[in-house]
Design a protein around this ligand. Structure first.
Ligand code: FES
Length: 268
């Protein structure tokens, strides 16, 4: 991004940033948070989607968001922040309009994930955990995205970019900088990270495209089996019932230490 200045950014780790009290959570947001809580038999089960909704409003898990979740669910703010700081998809500080993640777990690493991360980092002028000063991009090193068939994999606003190369990644970033429409390699058009967070919270935008569930590498065994007419063996007979363990007799009750000492003294 020539012409842009970049500033260093706090790595997105540690506790919730209580120094930044800005928030966009209004009555409408609170109503949506309550709606999410009402979707579950146990309202606290809604905490994860509620935190995604907080991120869609505030760009991070804000102090106001923590407070709202705690009050609606009847739990403590410490419990909310404990969850928010455990999972890496929840941000303590605002990310970019487009959040890029590059997988460098084993298979993606073998297929060039680290080189890809390095090229994206150089192209954006930021390191992992940082955001560009114009707020357009943030960068993160990701663990396996369960898309190893398509390694090396990049995520942009949680949409898959399969079989990436450094050249393809740079071209994609150039198009995003130019404001062009960019689509995931699985079809869905990229939105902003905040819009994607709203979908993750459970408010579909009508553009969902789940893409392939498994690639050719994962399905190779099934393909060969189909070609050869192989089938799974009949279901194994049920295991015989196991007799319950005999009850273990209770250990004799231990005498208090003072009694044992007294008897030992009397024996002498
Ligand atoms: S190792 Fe990268 S998606 Fe699995």
């Amino acid at each position: 991004m020539s012409g842009h200045e970049f500033q260093s950014y706090f790595p997105d780790s540690g506790s919730i940033d209580y120094s930044d009290t800005s928030t966009a959570i209004d009555e409408a947001a609170l109503a949506e948070l309550r709606e999410l809580a009402g979707r579950y038999p146990q309202p606290r089960s809604a905490l994860l989607p509620m935190l995604h909704l907080v991120q869609s409003y505030d760009g991070r898990v804000s102090p106001a968001g923590v407070k709202a979740c705690a009050e609606i669910l009847g739990i403590t703010e410490a419990q909310v922040s404990g969850v928010a700081t455990f999972y890496t998809m929840y941000r303590r500080r605002p990310g970019g309009d487009h959040h890029i993640g590059v997988c460098t777990t084993s298979l993606c690493a073998v297929m060039g994930g680290d080189i890809l991360l390095d090229r994206v980092s150089k192209r954006l002028g930021i390191h992992e955990g940082e955001v560009t000063p114009d707020g357009a991009f943030s960068l993160e090193r990701l663990e396996c995205n369960a898309a190893c068939d398509f390694a090396p994999v990049m995520m942009v606003n949680w949409e898959f970019m399969d079989n990436m190369t450094p050249a393809k990644a740079e071209e994609m970033i150039d198009r995003l900088v130019a404001g062009d429409k960019v689509s995931s390699t699985r079809g869905a058009e990229l939105t902003s990270w905040r819009e994607a967070e709203r979908v993750l919270a459970g408010f579909p935008d009508g553009r969902a495209n789940e893409g392939p569930a498994a690639g050719p590498a994962s399905l190779l065994g099934l393909t060969i089996a189909n070609e050869k007419g192989w089938a799974a063996p009949d279901q194994a007979p049920p295991l015989p019932e196991v007799a319950p363990e005999p009850a273990v007799p209770a250990a004799p009750e231990a005498k208090p230490a003072s009694v044992r000492r007294t008897r030992k003294a009397q024996d002498k």
